[in-house]
Design a protein around this ligand. Structure first.
Ligand code: PMP
Length: 351
């Protein structure tokens, strides 16, 4: 800390990402990456651009990519915003839409970037506790607010909300922006995208990091009424007019168009998740019902912290959060069947 720091920076508690160590032979199930890699068509597109086009600035509006995303979701390009990962899109949304006199509501537990952004952008937030089964209870959001942000499925629990509940929330809060963070929606969740045409207060945010296996590329996007999207564009243009580089734009465009690749990888992950849940339950874990590419599980008698440490010593990385209500849990990303089997046999050794 220094006397030159602003009061906000002094109070910031930055989000701490899961570790990315470079240890060979590690089973890495700690940051919800997709083990199957991105579409080969997207990799081909990167190679082509890398050969001769990096000399040129990218399209500042990422038009082709936005058109591809729009076509995929049955929207127009004016209803699509793109950024460097959904973290950046969320940051722009916090700045552009959530700066009301009324509070922002989001669940506790949820994605830990929300409190960080609230503090960074000076937004008053109220955290609404999840219930005793770690479910988001939408009736608790029935109070005056300027905005609501809900991840669906939630992270790190993996629990999804039905679309009817989200629609009721939108209808009950016509004056608030409702942001649905769908980072994990492709693994079995119900997307709110079909509601966009009827609710001008809905912003849906998705990412290429998970189901499309492009975490290293950093591409996320927001979908919503063109007025909401225009607000995000204003923030972007006041911050960095070239948010997505050429490689990201061409690769993401190809990835969005490769529906078959998406389908295969998400099917494999859902099938592996279901068998991992059965294995963990047979080892006396309680596993929350997950619609994501991870599971959130606690053991009957071993603490989350001790299990995480013991697994790490045996070269298996999983995530543990020290936060009070969830500190008994481990968040385990779904890897290949071989990785999941290794995790299970390592847990057997430890118990
Ligand atoms: N939202 C949620 C709920 C997440 O878990 C994550 C991944 N950490 C993100 C958004 C951000 O993902 P990315 O920036 O890679 O698009």
């Amino acid at each position: 800390m220094s006397r030159y720091w602003s009061p906000i920076v002094s109070r910031l508690r930055p989000y701490v990402a899961g570790e990315q160590p470079r240890i060979p032979g590690l089973v890495k199930l700690n940051t919800n990456e997709n083990p199957y890699g991105p579409s080969p068509k997207a990799l081909g597109a990167i190679r082509k651009v890398a050969d001769d086009r990096l000399r040129l600035y990218p399209d500042p509006a990422a038009t082709q990519l936005r058109e591809a995303i729009a076509a995929r979701f049955g929207l127009t390009a004016e209803e699509v915003f793109v950024g460097n990962g959904s973290d950046e899109v969320l940051a722009h949304a916090f700045q552009a839409l959530l700066n009301h006199d009324l509070p922002l509501l989001y669940p506790d537990v949820s994605y830990s970037f929300y409190p960080t952004y609230s503090l960074l952008y000076g937004i008053g937030a109220i955290e609404i506790p999840v219930d005793d089964k770690f479910r988001i209870r939408l009736s608790d959001y029935d109070r005056p607010c300027g905005a609501i942000i809900i991840p669906n499925p939630n992270a790190p629990t993996g629990i999804g909300l039905p679309l009817a509940g989200i629609e009721a929330l939108l209808a009950a809060h016509p004056d608030a922006v409702v942001v649905i963070d769908e980072a994990y929606v492709d693994f079995g969740g119900e997307s709110a995208v079909p509601l966009i045409s009827r609710y001008p207060n809905l912003l849906v945010i998705q990412t290429l990091s998970k189901s499309r296996s492009f975490a290293g590329l950093r591409v996320g996007f927001a979908l919503g009424h063109r007025d909401l999207i225009e607000a995000l564009v204003r923030v972007k243009d006041s911050f960095n007019s070239y948010p997505l580089d050429r490689l990201a734009q061409v690769a993401a465009t190809a990835a969005i168009k490769d529906e078959a690749w998406l389908e295969t990888s998400r099917r494999k992950i859902i099938a592996s998740r279901e068998s991992l849940v059965r294995e963990l339950e047979s080892l006396d874990f309680e596993v929350l019902p997950s619609q994501a590419n991870f599971v959130f599980a606690r053991h009957e008698s071993r603490s989350g912290a001790s299990l995480q440490l013991a697994l790490r010593e045996r070269r298996v990385l999983v995530r543990h959060f020290a936060k009070p209500r969830i500190s008994e849990f481990l968040r385990i990303s779904i890897g290949t069947d071989e990785e999941c089997a290794l995790l299970v046999s390592t847990i057997r050794e430890i118990l």
